[in-house]
Design a protein around this ligand. Sequence first.
Ligand code: ASN
Length: 489
Amino acid sequence: MKISFKKKKLLLVSLMGAIVTLCMLATPAKATDVSIKPKKDVYTIALDSTYAPFEFQDSNGKYVGIDVDLMNAISKMYGFKINKVFPGFQAAVDQVQAGQADGIIAGMSITDARKDVFDFSEPYYETGIQIAVLNNNVSIQKLEDLKGQRIGVKNGTTSQQWLIDNQDKYGYSIKTFDDGAGMYDALEIKDVVANMDDAPVLNYAIAQGRTFKTPFDKIPAGNYGFAVKKGQNPELIAMFNAGLAKLKASGEYDRILAKYMGGSEAAKKQIDESTFSGLISNNWKQLLDGLGKTIAMALISFVLAMILGTLIGLLSVAPSKTARIFSTFYVDIIRGLPLMVLAFFLFYALPQALPLLKLSDLVAGILALTLNASAYIAEIVRGGINAVPTGQMEASRSLGLSYNKTMQKIILPQAIKIMVPSFVNQFVISLKDTTIISVLGVIELLQTGKIIVARNFQSFKVYLIIGIMYLVVITALTKFSKVLEKKVA
Ligand code: ASN
């Protein structure tokens, strides 16, 4: 078939038209096209755990800082609520990537590598990274002096990347920390010879009384930006950009910076926390809150674990072979996984594979504690039942009692007596295991302590208070269990 020139031209023009239309449809809307309106009532925003002056708790236990104030101002401007979570830097990054959080503002540098997985806002603060050593250190004068020394750094940061990139050149070793407080404490006790962190953060800590100095100039590290997971929540970026521009135009942005950078208002108002009485009078509420969360997590998970564990334990002695195999399988798998791995898996890994299974940090924590304890409880139940002589089951069955009746009336009453001390023991272990859940950012007692230390640097006193609190609660529980044991006997 011959197509005339005219027809060919028409075909070509309509083909081009179709391609242009398709391209227009396929091109994602530019930031300016995105309607600057929230799409949800509440957005979850992840921040660092403590990164003063960008996010930290003031002496009233309230989170403040440049990141916090900027985010609050912008959310107010556009009429959406924010649920702020403070799990620490790398955890905040993970939460956004796993879809647990909608955005991250954490004194986070805009870098090319991060742009692969995040969409960033316009820059809101220029930063640099810097090395800090103890005030009285005279041996570190130039970068070459770091040879053979150990340097502390926070996981996932631009400082960490710089240290890795320059390790061969300067020959130091690197120790990685999850949070800034731990890293700064490590320098204080000389576990590391130097730290690397962002200059504004280091200098703020020095102004607050950390006995550090920065022997070298800072290294440029770009600008901080607010970020979302690539391709997600574009309206958040649009609102942040437009909001930031408004805050800058109105002078509010400068006021926020001056509030934290100029002489530090938060610090001026601070009560003396260098004494036990100052520490307690200023933090008792937070400490009790933390203790409350610890006890609640332990209790809820233990009750659930008792139900689940007893069920699994009963299956392990059931006449059915399938039931016994299932029970062994369950116990082996759960017991074979460290609690922290289980918690990370439930909180970070699961939602990436199955987005519907997005759990809050607290729920994931309680679930991890429950599963973990249930395996041990199943073993206690199995052990208790097996400790009752088998002759009793046989005798009872030969008298015509059913398996279930024999279990209920004869075996279990004796077995429970044997189990009680082990249950109490397991509860104490579960209560102590709640500290592991702090890695998910749950502000239980230990995490409360870490946050207080990050503010006032009183590690010895704060951790002593926390240790005593655990000790008191656990001793009281043990005493109570002794009474319980007698009652059951
Ligand atoms: N400034 C760090 C970074 O951009 C983040 C932080 O430590 N919060 O890597």
